[in-house]
Design a protein around this ligand. Structure first.
Ligand SMILES: *Cc1c(COP(=O)(O)O)cnc(C)c1O
Length: 376
């Protein structure tokens, strides 16, 4: 019965939110019981405690829990003063949520070319966009894609020169640093998502705005609940983007494990790098000075679809994040921009299995399969 050689190899995926539950099941269940017994279910003591603990983790500011990461971007943009008809500069190789939030804030997205090596916003291209738009770009939303920090020192310098505010999209970068400083602490504000597959994931929807500016924090607090400073009295036309107690309690159970899980992701990424060096795919390269947290491990090859299909036959389900750049999607189409590097990246990226449920042996198996594919 214990003949392991005939045991089918387990399927590997780009993400596995259930693994994050299983690994901390007892802590999560205790947190849920505590929240259920409390009698408070929305914006109560669990949310307040999580906001404090998460702000402490990021460092030097305040966190405001909201309903999801998309809302976090929208509310942060509104808080920094984005108005209808303003432009907001971001990248096109991101999830629809980044642009959806810009539109929800009443603004229009304008897309900036990426650096071909790191696949994050090119500071030089941002400078060009800011210059061309002559004061109409109110805010910039760099995305720390795959957990690799964008070049924040250069992006902040460009934004400052043109008076644009910066809201970091940290949905994939919980704990990532550049020049020793956490992502989320560079711009005026930052948006985090705790969607179940993120590096810090809830078991439902959740998000947070982080900011070191107390008046921005106050604005976001008003915007997340009808603009209420005082109950039932609206100072602003805010909406409803409240975080619930169950998700906050679950996040409090998982936050203490984030550093260890990021370290595991870093070990897996290092193993991929060692096993695939000199092989058929281009390996991810981080921004100078960056400590990425490997939300995804995105390799590149012009043969992406062929490699992906081959890996499927070996029980390895690699993902494509993201296949269609936003400026090529009907909702956000922009024919005025030429983004050759962005389009090439979207055509070539393949995200290999990397998450806390993946083991070093799994990486060896994936790398071995890629080597087999190379040999044909
Ligand atoms: C997940 C994600 C979001 C949106 O977060 P939700 O919680 O799903 O709304 C925004 N930007 C990026 C880069 C993401 O990965």
């Amino acid at each position: 019965m214990a003949n392991t050689s005939s045991t089918p190899e387990r399927a590997l995926f780009t993400a596995d939110p259930q693994a994050g539950y299983r690994a901390h099941a007892a802590d999560i269940r205790a947190a849920i019981d505590r929240a259920l017994a409390s009698g408070r279910y929305i914006l109560g003591p669990e949310v307040e405690a999580f906001e404090r603990e998460f702000a402490g983790y990021v460092g030097g500011g305040e966190a405001i829990g909201v309903a999801n990461g998309t809302d976090a971007i929208e509310l942060a943009l509104r808080a920094v003063g984005v108005q209808p008809s303003d432009l907001v500069a971001t990248v096109a190789n991101t999830v629809s949520a980044t642009a959806a939030a810009i539109v929800a804030a009443g603004a229009r997205a304008t897309f900036v070319e990426i650096d071909p090596v790191t696949m994050t916003m090119s500071p030089a291209a941002l400078e060009e966009t800011l210059q061309r738009a002559a004061g109409r770009v109110k805010a910039v939303v760099p995305v720390h894609l795959y957990g690799n920090p964008a070049d924040m020192p250069a992006i902040m310098a460009a934004a400052r020169r043109y008076g644009a505010r910066v809201v970091e999209d940290c949905a994939q970068s919980h704990g990532a640093k550049i020049d020793g400083r956490m992502t989320g602490t560079w711009g005026e504000a930052a948006a985090f998502s705790f969607y179940p597959t993120k590096n810090l994931g809830a078991l439902g929807d959740a998000g947070a705005v982080f900011t070191g500016d107390r008046s921005l924090a106050e604005q976001v607090r008003l915007l997340r609940q009808y603009g209420w400073r005082e109950r039932y009295v609206s100072d602003l036309p805010g909406g409803n983007s409240r975080l619930d107690e169950l998700q906050a309690a679950i996040l409090r159970a998982k936050l203490p494990h984030l550093e260890a899980e990021n370290a595991h992701r870093q070990a897996l990424a290092a193993r991929y790098g060692a096993m695939l060096a000199g092989g058929p795919v281009r390996l991810p390269e981080s921004t100078r000075g960056a400590e990425p947290v490997w939300h995804q491990y995105a390799v590149r090859t012009p043969q992406r679809d062929v490699l992906r299909a081959y890996l499927e036959t070996r029980g390895i389900h690699a993902g494509v994040l993201y296949p269609v750049p936003l400026h090529r999607q009907r909702a956000y189409a922009d024919a005025t921009v030429a983004l050759a590097e962005t389009e090439r990246a979207c055509a070539e990226v393949l995200c290999l299995p990397l998450h806390p449920g993946v083991r070093i042996e799994d990486v060896d198996r994936v790398a071995g399969a890629i080597r087999d594919w190379e040999r044909g």
